[in-house]
Design a protein around this ligand. Structure first.
Ligand SMILES: [Zn+2]
Ligand SMILES: [Zn+2]
Length: 103
């Protein structure tokens, strides 16, 4: 009889049923001061409401900390800059890089 390996089982991550954690949650949020692994919050009056998505500033911080920028060639941990060396907002390409390298 043949002893071929059976089809590989489905990865656990696909069966967990939980939405994947946003990779930006690994860094502290510079905007609302949410700690790593904590969701971002927003203030409405006196209440602190958990945001569904991380603050834009946190996405930028995560991309800056983890990804190389393919637009301005900044290394991880270094801010984006314009060709003349002046500081620039995080380039779109860097967000794409950060998503692609998320663990
Ligand atoms: Zn935040
Ligand atoms: Zn850049």
């Amino acid at each position: 009889m043949t002893d071929r390996p059976r089809q590989a089982p489905m990865p656990a991550a696909l069966r967990a049923g939980r939405p994947p954690r946003h990779p930006a949650l690994t860094v502290r949020c510079p905007h609302c001061a949410a700690a790593p692994d904590m969701r971002c919050t927003t203030r409405t009056g006196r209440a602190r409401i958990q945001r569904l998505d991380p603050c834009p500033a946190r996405l930028a911080a995560h991309a800056t900390a983890t990804a190389c920028c393919t637009t301005c060639q900044s290394a991880p941990g270094y801010d984006c800059h314009h060709p003349d060396g002046t500081p620039a907002p995080v380039h779109d390409a860097r967000y794409t890089e950060a998503k692609g390298t998320a663990a």
